[in-house]
Design a protein around this ligand. Sequence first.
Ligand code: ATP
Length: 252
Amino acid sequence: MTLFAAENIAINFGGIKAVDGVSFAVEPGEVFTIIGPNGAGKTTVFNLISRIYTPSEGRLLFEGEDITRLPPDRIAGLGIARTFQNIELFEHATVLQNLLLGRHAHRGGNAIADLLFLPGVRKRELAHREKVEQVIDFLDLQHYRDAMIANLPYGARKVVELARALCSEPKLLLLDEPSSGLNTEETEDMAFWIQDIKNDLGITVLMVEHDMTLVSEVSDRVLALNYGRMLAMGSPQEVQSHPEVVKAYLGG
Ligand code: ATP
């Protein structure tokens, strides 16, 4: 079954059609990437999926369920996690504390039970801790575990943000420009992480990305947008050599 589908989605801001009749389906286990020049509508598509915006037309389906009008706080609980173009971590907390917050979507129970430390609470805490430690090992973050986010180099923060998203055990991981701000070596590392997330954890990835080397290395399929509209969809090679895509990137 298709994991996620956007059907003919659209949204306007003032007179601008930021997203205009976009449809695509993401299959389980694939890395699906959205590319396009600045202002093409890529981030807006992510904001529609995260339910920050509601489309004026079309539908969003997750595991066959219509999520077009679901409240944003229900999205994580479904198994959709997201990273941001501008990293959003708690600066004055440690890596470990940030990752424990990433378990938020899984926190059952209630505040009173937590306060009274009722049976079950400690067991749950240990399970959260164990999952977080697994993610720390998986992304090789042991060295940074107790470091304050504010003291970390930018590249390490990007990996921590990825780790936080993984801590929620998502079925669909939305990566918003994972290579932005990274140098060549860090971008190569990011490509490895994305491939490991797909191959070892079996998590489906929907990504917005500018770096074409990274896109070609990790994507199974690519969708190119321009002015909110679909230009081409297919393998990375097909899309990058598509005449309309070439023209859009050359500013034609
Ligand atoms: P970039 O690669 O520069 O991040 P993008 O492809 O992600 O670009 P979007 O940020 O989705 O593009 O923007 C698409 C269009 O919608 C742009 O013209 C942008 O100015 C406009 N836009 C996006 N969000 C808003 C908003 N909240 N209010 C008004 N206009 C918006």
